[in-house]
Design a protein around this ligand. Structure first.
Ligand code: SF4
Ligand code: SF4
Length: 436
């Protein structure tokens, strides 16, 4: 078992062999049915934000089609599991992989796919492309071909406890700072019902959302705490598709939560953190993972429904919403942020007719930390910006700090003037207004 992921510059026969073997051994009946079912209709192309972004710029790039991202995996499948593929191999006409092909796989699987799942929703055959891309990522990771920035962040998370290097002393001093600056009490390592786990993106870049969550929890009077053992919500094991890293980072949360007698974990404004704790953890620890997991927006909505939270003040005039793919489309939390925004904004203008078809921020799946992916992230943002412009609203509420970071960055790089706002910040403001 290794908890270290590698970024190798040189690709030799050994890396190619590892890549091939991991792809081959990952093909089960589910994966085979996806690989067989593609009818090359091309419908998924128009659903992928990377393809759409290029299109908006007047360029058609067929390599950004979701179906194409699984093509090498499909070739490996055919070579091993179809009669014609096996005959071709016997005749010396089998799959030939060159180092350049693996570099292209890195671009396709790591830089131009955020695992947003939008393409799955339009595919008439129900093909789960992110599942196929995750196999390609896992094979590249096994071969030591993780993009440099992503490898560094993942290894830092394992070694220091957070991808941004937030170790326990840094975590505690940051919490002290937030507590002083926003004048809010923040309990740490207390026995409690609720464990709130922030992400280090919030701690370091958007600390107000940590303060806001604390204010709301205090306002509600629930028994809650932070944990030094479980102080980081993100899980870069999902981005690198390293089972070992995923398990190790979840194990820390499991132990921290158990120690404090936690019943419910409140996942922060972070999409993949929600995915990992809500959906992955119960499969990794089927017996021990005995917690309810709620995203902070789900929690707020539950409190509203139970009448424990009242929001009647408007804190912003016009606003639209960016959905986190992992909390919204994949997690099903789509109604909740909309209902909250309707209460606290003078006018909520939805940019999408069908919320599950909202467009990704362009930085999910680890893309935002990869500098080599900047070009693609910016192009993808054009597809997103079209939605904001369609409703003519500059204020955009977000419920994922990673989305906010990606959107903020792309917007500034492309000289746009949208304002991205944390949803929990707006709620905390509405509560303060109530109390005035
Ligand atoms: S999961 Fe999202 S980013 Fe990846 S291929 Fe599908 S639509 Fe594109
Ligand atoms: S929409 Fe589905 S069937 Fe059509 S090309 Fe894409 S993956 Fe293949």
């Amino acid at each position: 078992m290794t908890l270290h992921v590698e970024h190798k510059e040189e690709i030799t026969e050994k890396e190619i062999e590892t890549f091939y073997n991991v792809c081959k051994s990952s093909i089960n009946t589910e994966v085979a049915s996806y690989l067989e079912a593609c009818v090359r209709c091309g419908l998924c192309a128009e659903a992928c934000l990377f393809y759409m972004g290029e299109n908006i710029s007047g360029r058609i790039d067929p390599t950004l089609t979701p179906a194409y991202k699984a093509d090498l995996l499909r070739d490996i499948y055919k070579e091993n599991y179809t009669l014609w593929g096996r005959i071709k191999k016997t005749l010396g006409l089998g799959v030939k992989i060159e180092p350049e092909d693996l570099k292209e796989q890195v671009r396709l699987a790591f830089y131009t796919c955020t695992m947003c799942d939008r393409c799955t929703k339009v595919c008439p055959m129900g093909i789960d492309t992110p599942r196929l891309v995750s196999i390609v990522r896992s094979a590249l990771t096994s071969a030591g071909l993780v993009p440099e920035d992503l490898a560094e962040a993942t290894n830092t998370a394992v070694e220091k406890g957070s991808p941004l290097g937030v170790d326990v002393p840094t975590f505690l001093s940051r919490i002290d700072f937030i507590s002083d600056e926003w004048e809010v009490e923040i309990p740490v390592d207390q026995k409690a019902d609720y464990l709130y786990i922030p992400s280090s993106i919030e701690l370091m870049k958007y600390p107000s959302s940590v303060a806001s969550t604390a204010k709301v929890l205090n306002h509600l009077g629930v028994s809650w705490t932070l944990s030094t053992k479980a102080h980081e919500a993100t899980n870069f094991g999902l981005f690198t598709q390293s089972k070992e890293v995923t398990r190790e980072l979840l194990r820390r949360i499991l132990e921290g939560a158990k120690e404090l007698g936690i019943k419910t974990i409140i996942a922060p404004e972070c999409g993949h953190a929600y995915q990992s704790m809500r959906f992955v953890a119960p499969n990794v620890f089927p017996r021990e993972w005995d917690f309810e997991v709620l995203n902070v927006v789900e929690f707020l909505y539950r409190m509203l429904e139970e009448g424990k939270l009242k929001l009647s003040k408007k804190v912003i005039d016009q606003i639209t919403l960016h959905d986190s793919c992992q909390i919204g489309r994949r997690g099903g939390v789509l109604k909740e942020p909309r209902e909250v925004l309707k209460l606290i904004a003078e006018e909520f203008k939805d940019s999408v007719e069908f919320p599950e078809k909202n467009i990704c921020c362009g930085g999910g799946g680890g893309v935002v930390v990869e500098h080599e992916a900047d070009y693609h992230r910016q192009k993808a943002f054009l597809a997103k910006a079209e939605l904001f412009d369609k409703v003519g609203v500059k204020n955009v509420a977000c419920y994922c700090a990673n989305c906010m970071l990606a959107l903020d960055r792309s917007s500034r790089e492309l000289n746009r003037d949208y304002r991205f706002l944390s949803l929990v910040d707006l709620v905390a403001e509405a509560i303060e207004e109530e109390g005035e």
